[in-house]
Ligand binder design. Structure first.
Ligand SMILES: Nc1nc2c([nH]c(=O)n2[C@@H]2O[C@H](COP(=O)(O)OP(=O)(O)OP(=O)(O)O)[C@@H](O)[C@H]2O)c(=O)[nH]1
Length: 131
């Protein structure tokens, strides 16, 4: 099965976390799902370099990347995803959605209300349970 390795950012601004919605896609199980911004690691990049590049491309922002939070391995019907999620911080919520169709800034208590990509559920659960 095809393997995909991505980095994703859990971006905090005070007590709120950025959640972004993917555009419509032919793979129904990720189409219009909420996710943490990020993307594939390119050849020669470190994980943090890949994350900074993706956040600039997708949102026009630079963040303070704090620490690795959780690595999830998830088998979708068409590919196996390895996703490294990092806690990041920003001082303002200013951003531009270059690829996603919606954004939500939610507190921990409200994170579970969104329709997340399946691979993100362990990250959401750990955030909610660990504060
Ligand atoms: N960035 C990111 N991708 C995720 C998350 N959860 C999740 O299942 N994915 C999946 O990981 C894969 C890689 O994301 P991506 O945005 O870099 O890839 P893509 O295929 O949309 O773009 P590309 O073809 O331009 O590289 C996608 O299939 C996406 O659905 C997440 O929280 N963040």
């Amino acid at each position: 099965m095809k393997k995909v390795e991505v980095v994703a950012a859990i971006i905090k601004c005070n007590k709120e976390i950025l959640c972004v919605q993917r555009a419509e896609n032919s793979l129904e199980y990720i189409s219009k799902k909420f996710e943490f911004p990020g993307g594939k690691i390119e050849k020669g990049e470190s994980k943090k370099e890949a994350l900074q590049r993706e956040l600039l491309e997708e949102l026009n922002i630079t963040t303070n990347i704090k620490s690795l939070f959780l690595t999830v391995i998830h088998e979708y019907p068409d590919f196996e995803l390895t996703m490294h999620s990092f806690i990041c911080e920003v001082k303002t919520k200013e951003l531009t959605l270059n690829e996603h169709i919606a954004q939500e800034w939610l507190t921990l208590g409200n994170l579970e209300n969104l329709d997340w990509a399946a691979a993100d559920i362990p990250i959401v659960n750990k955030l909610v349970n660990n504060g």
